[in-house]
Design a protein around this ligand. Structure first.
Ligand SMILES: [Zn+2]
Length: 98
């Protein structure tokens, strides 16, 4: 497995253990064609190398994710309040993320 994808999934594993629940992944890997077809997706999105995951949940769970994600290796944590997910990346965002 690619090192970046490994870091992303290891961080997800550690976060899930910390939270006591594995939040649903609403967006994981996207091939470039799928990324292009995803409304609002950044053309340079780290989803294309599985450097980013979007996690869903109720507002309370999303708040917990935001608080704890940085401890587990996510360097970019971004809430999309309207759509109800948190975008997490193990690599710094170059542009808008998503
Ligand atoms: Zn995302």
């Amino acid at each position: 497995m690619h090192a970046t994808a490994r870091r992303t999934l290891d961080a997800y594993d550690a976060l899930g253990q910390d939270l006591g629940v594995y939040p649903p992944i609403t967006s994981g890997y996207r091939c470039p064609a799928h990324n292009d077809a995803t409304p609002g997706a950044d053309p340079t999105s780290w989803h294309q190398v599985l450097g980013a995951l979007d996690l869903g949940g109720d507002p309370q769970l999303l708040a917990q994710i935001i608080r704890r994600a940085p401890r587990h290796g996510y360097v970019s944590v971004r809430l999309n309040e309207r759509k109800g997910y948190v975008h997490l990346a193990v690599l710094p965002e170059r542009q808008g993320g998503n």
